[in-house]
Write a protein that binds this ligand. Structure first.
Ligand SMILES: NC(=O)c1ccc[n+]([C@@H]2O[C@H](COP(=O)([O-])OP(=O)(O)OC[C@H]3O[C@@H](n4cnc5c(N)ncnc54)[C@H](O)[C@@H]3O)[C@@H](O)[C@H]2O)c1
Length: 259
C-alpha cells in the first residue's frame, strides 16, 4: 500500500497531544522534520486540518472510573486521521484498547512504541534516548524516522502486545518495589535500625538496584503514571480472572500510607 511519505527534510509530522511526551518529541524532532501540533489545550486544530505525512499520538490516557485505561482521546485522534497516514502511538495504552483499535481501524497503519521518559526530566530523558522499541504495521519506517534523530540508539522490533504489556509491567514492578521498601522502612524503624544503611547495602546487589528505594515524606508512590498504570494492569488482569494479588496489595498499601 502506498504511503504518503515525502522524501527529504520537508516531511510534515503531526504530534497530537502536547503534554510532557508531546513537548519532548517536538523539541527533539523539530530540527529534523516540519512539526504541526494538535492539542485542544493550545489550539483548535485537528489532524485533518494539516497535510500530514506522519502522525505521533501522545495524548493523555488517564484512569477511567472503573480503573481501566481511558483511551477515548486516542480514538478521537484516530477517527480524524486518514488511513494512509502512518501513526505512531507513544501514549501508554492497554491490551484491550489495542485490540479495539485493530477492530475499529483495520485499514490504518498503526505502530506502538513505549515511552519511558519521566515527567520531571522529560526533555533530558528523551534527548538521551539510547534505545527504542517498535511494534505494529510500520515498525521499520518509524525506525528510519527515529534513526535520523538518534543515530546511535539501538532499535528493536517486537510484537506490539509484548511492548504494551512491558510498559505496564515495568511501572507496576517499580510501584511494587516502592511499597516493599516503604514496609522495610517501617520494620527498620520498629527495631531502631538505620533504614538508609539497610537500603544502601540491599540495593547495592545489582539484582535489586538503587532506584525506587527512597521513602519520601509523602510516603509510597504517586506521580503522573504509577497510579493509573497499576490500576490499568489490575483491570486488564481482572478481565481474564488472572490473580494479580501482589500488585493489588501493593496499591492498597500505597493508598493507606500515601499522604
Ligand atoms: N508523563 C510521563 O512521564 C509519561 C511517561 C511515559 C509515557 N507517558 C504516557 O504518554 C501519554 C501522554 O502523557 P503526558 O504526560 O504527556 O500527558 P499530559 O497530560 O501532560 O498531556 C496530554 C495532552 O493530550 C492532550 N489531548 C487530550 N485529548 C486530545 C486530543 N483529542 N487531541 C490532541 N490532544 C489531546 C491534552 O490536552 C494534553 O495537553 C500518556 O499515555 C502517558 O501515560 C507519560
Amino acid at each position: 500500500m502506498p504511503l504518503l511519505i515525502k522524501t527529504g527534510d520537508n516531511m510534515n509530522l503531526v504530534i497530537a497531544g502536547y503534554g510532557f511526551v508531546g513537548k519532548a518529541h517536538h523539541k527533539v524532532l523539530k530540527s529534523h522534520y516540519d512539526i504541526s501540533i494538535v492539542d485542544p489545550a493550545i489550539n483548535d486544530k485537528l489532524v485533518s486540518d494539516y497535510d500530514a505525512d506522519m502522525l505521533i499520538i501522545s495524548v493523555a490516557t488517564p484512569q477511567r472510573d472503573d480503573g481501566a485505561c481511558d483511551m477515548k482521546h486516542v480514538f478521537e485522534v484516530l477517527r480524524d486521521t486518514h488511513s494512509n497516514i502512518p501513526v505512531l502511538i507513544k501514549s501508554t495504552i492497554s491490551l484491550e484498547g489495542w485490540d479495539q483499535i485493530r477492530k475499529d481501524f483495520p485499514k490504518h497503519k498503526i505502530t506502538f512504541s513505549p515511552e519511558y521518559l519521566r515527567a520531571a526530566t522529560a526533555e533530558i530523558d528523551f534527548v538521551n534516548t539510547k534505545s527504542l522499541e517498535f511494534g505494529g504495521d510500520n515498525a521499520k519506517l518509524w525506525m528510519d524516522v527515529m534513526h535520523k534523530v538518534f543515530p546511535d540508539a539501538k532499535f528493536k522490533e517486537l510484537d506490539p502486545r509484548v511492548l504494551i504489556l512491558n510498559k505496564y509491567a515495568r511501572n507496576s514492578f517499580l510501584a511494587t518495589k516502592v511499597s516493599w521498601f516503604n514496609q522495610l522502612h517501617d520494620l527498620c524503624e520498629a527495631y531502631n535500625v538505620d533504614y538508609q544503611a539497610v537500603a544502601d547495602i540491599v540495593s547495592s546487589d545489582h539484582r535489586i538496584g538503587l532506584s525506587h528505594t527512597d521513602v519520601t515524606p509523602n510516603r509510597g508512590f504517586g506521580g503522573h503514571c504509577f497510579p493509573k498504570d497499576t490500576s490499568a494492569l489490575i483491570h486488564t488482569a481482572k478481565n481474564q480472572n488472572v490473580d494479580m494479588s501482589v500488585l493489588i496489595e501493593a496499591v492498597e498499601y500505597n493508598n493507606k500510607i500515601r499522604s
